[in-house]
Design a protein around this ligand. Structure first.
Ligand SMILES: Nc1ncnc2c1ncn2[C@@H]1O[C@H](COP(=O)(O)OP(=O)(O)OP(=O)(O)O)[C@@H](O)[C@H]1O
Ligand SMILES: [Mg+2]
Length: 326
């Protein structure tokens, strides 16, 4: 099977001004640094890592919401990296995004119908009866009542707003959807409902997802495979079962230890106490030499400070960049 989407050495570097008022200097922030990734049709690839590691930047690069500073992105075998804005428009229909913040992402002055219909109009459709019928059908699909149509975003709860955001992302019938922490801003009680809805929609419409989260707990159920990111690099990627049961990278191991125990009895026995990952996240402006995780790694060796580990594949489909396994 061919990947639906492929990233080859994709980078996003930002030139930023750093330092004090007297000694300002231009520095390069490597938000995403030479990432290789293939996403298969119909799968959900979970993407996890701590705040600032580049998850949103990578998600936006893949659908060309922002341009890459290096590398290539293939969608359906076609290189979309160099497409003109006009050529990109037709490709864009096939790739959409659901944002984290259901409060900020929706225009407060537009009705729900207009919000969901807007992408259709941008792509040349008319606001006619057929378009309104499509919106009405989608409301049903995402579990909102028909009367939601003429209401405004502020009249809805966070979970309902996220349903509106999902309907908007689906109106162009995309094949690939980046879900950028779609449940992080929601109450825990609502999170499962939205994750389940996304799972149902995937089945119904044959969608392929990149599902971004901070926490390995959130992506556990929905993911087919999981990729772990640290300071702009993917450090491990594997089938879900292999990643959770036999993680190879010390960072993945630390993230798994940091997932809160789901069952209270486990917590009381202290078997799976939530553990904080030791040390602070280094600045992306001054990433550590060698392996970027070496400043926090419990297994650090001299080579880790000097040489960046290459990606290896110790088991078929299980790739990791670590000197312990390399
Ligand atoms: N427009 C920009 N200009 C300069 N730096 C940026 C810009 N956008 C993002 N960054 C930096 O790139 C890095 C990655 O940011 P990104 O938002 O992709 O991280 P993230 O993993 O999504 O974090 P979070 O979990 O907090 O959403 C961060 O260091 C961030 O400060
Ligand atoms: Mg983000």
């Amino acid at each position: 099977m061919k990947p639906l989407l492929e990233a080859i050495a994709v980078s996003k570097h930002y030139e930023v001004q750093a330092g004090g008022f007297l000694r300002r200097q231009a520095l390069t922030l490597r938000a995403v640094d030479e990432v290789d990734l293939a996403i298969m049709p119909g799968e959900t690839l979970g993407l996890v890592g701590e705040s600032g590691c580049g998850k949103s930047t990578l998600g936006r690069l893949l659908i060309r919401l922002i341009p890459a500073t290096g590398g290539n992105i293939l969608f359906d075998n076609a290189d979309i990296t160099q497409l003109s804005p006009k050529e990109m428009r037709s490709v864009r229909r096939g790739m959409q995004i659901v944002f984290q913040d259901p409060y900020g992402a929706l225009n407060p002055r537009m009705t729900v119908e207009d919000i969901i219909m807007e992408p259709l109009l941008i792509h040349g459709a008319r606001a006619n009866a057929a378009a309104r019928k499509q919106v009405a059908d989608l409301l049903g699909v995402v579990g909102l009542p028909a009367r939601a149509r003429e209401r405004f975003p502020h009249e809805f709860s966070g979970g309902q707003r996220q349903r509106i955001g999902i309907a908007r992302a689906l109106v162009l019938k995309p094949r690939f959807v980046v879900c950028d922490e779609p449940v992080s801003a929601l109450d825990v009680s609502v999170q499962a409902q939205i994750v389940n809805l996304l799972g149902d929609l995937q089945q119904e419409f044959g969608l392929t997802y990149l599902f971004i989260a901070h926490d390995l707990g959130v992506v556990k159920h929905i993911s087919t495979r999981v990729a772990v990111m640290y300071l702009g690099k993917i450090v491990e990627i594997a089938e879900k079962r292999a990643l959770y049961d036999a993680p190879l990278h010390p960072y993945t191991q630390a993230l798994i230890a940091a997932v809160p125990a789901s069952h209270p009895s486990q917590r009381s026995r202290g078997r799976r106490e939530r553990q904080r990952i030791a040390g602070d996240i280094p600045s992306a402006l001054h990433p550590p030499s060698g392996c970027r995780f070496h400043t926090r790694c419990p297994h650090v060796m001299p080579i880790c400070r000097e040489q960046a580990p290459a990606m290896t594949e110790p088991q078929p489909g299980h790739r990791v960049a670590c000197h312990l396994t390399g």
